[in-house]
Design a binder for this molecule. Structure first.
Ligand code: AP5
Length: 210
């Protein structure tokens, strides 16, 4: 099963990717998480990416394409994988095609811009494993610590309201055209993502098993 999760920042891609990854036992490949880890570790990649990410802009295509090319060669991708946050531009989607990767399904999670802002302000992420929570809608059972690894839960730097606005603008301009790109390949499924996490998961699995 090779799956792409599309959707605006905060639509729930990371949340649903975790559920799908557990269900099918396939890896969740999040370019956002890979980049954030590189920033934390102050690697060459992280130093290159940081200013773009803090401003809510996209990291240059060639950088993320390189990350994905390398990641997809790892053994755990043999059974399938979930791409969470990649591709994000038409050139990135074309690069995936050129790598010879044939995707089975593209799930587009639709959430209005107005709802996104509330989700971002309540989001907490694990500083160790990047698992995503929401203080009201999807809290950790361990309070300020991560359910999965016990790491500390923190607020993301790019979840400030003005940065969220910029990320939404970038999404509409550069990422939304991917819906038409994958619709023309006959593999796009659009699902509403404004219900609860569980309701959205049910819709995701229905679309994946259709
Ligand atoms: P990335 O980390 O991918 O950020 P994003 O796409 O902006 O997505 P988010 O992680 O903000 O949201 P999400 O859809 O995963 O939602 P989540 O499940 O957390 O990328 C960060 C940056 O890296 C980018 O800005 C860019 O600079 C760079 N980057 C990454 N990939 C790139 C690429 N391919 N090309 C170039 N640059 C790239 O949910 C959000 C919140 O809502 C959580 O608190 C969650 O608990 C809650 N929630 C989720 N679902 C529900 C629900 N159904 N009901 C209520 N609450 C919910």
């Amino acid at each position: 099963m090779k799956i792409i999760l599309l959707g605006a920042p905060g639509a729930g891609k990371g949340t649903q990717a975790e559920v799908i990854s557990t269900h099918y036992d396939i890896p969740q490949i999040s370019t956002g998480n890979i980049l954030k880890e590189a920033v934390r570790n102050e690697t060459e990649l992280g130093l290159k990416a940081k200013s773009f990410m803090d401003a809510g802009a996209l990291v240059p295509d060639e950088v993320v394409i390189g990350i994905i090319k390398e990641r997809l060669q790892k053994d755990d991708c043999a059974k399938g994988f979930i791409l969470d946050g990649f591709p994000r531009t038409v050139p990135q989607a074309e690069a995936l095609d050129k790598m010879g990767v044939t995707m089975d399904k593209v799930i587009d999670i639709e959430v209005s811009d107005s709802l996104i802002e509330g989700r971002m302000t309540g989001r907490r992420v694990c500083e160790k494993c990047s698992a995503s929570y929401h203080i009201e809608n999807n809290p950790s059972k361990k309070g300020e610590l991560c359910d999965k690894c016990g790491g500390k839960l923190i607020v993301r730097k790019d979840d400030k309201p003005e940065t969220v606005k910029e990320r939404l603008k970038v999404y509409h301009e550069l990422t939304e055209p991917l819906k038409a790109y994958y619709e023309s390949k006959g593999i796009l499924a659009e699902i509403p993502g404004e219900g609860t996490v569980e309701e959205t998961s049910q819709l995701v699995f229905k679309a994946l098993e259709a």
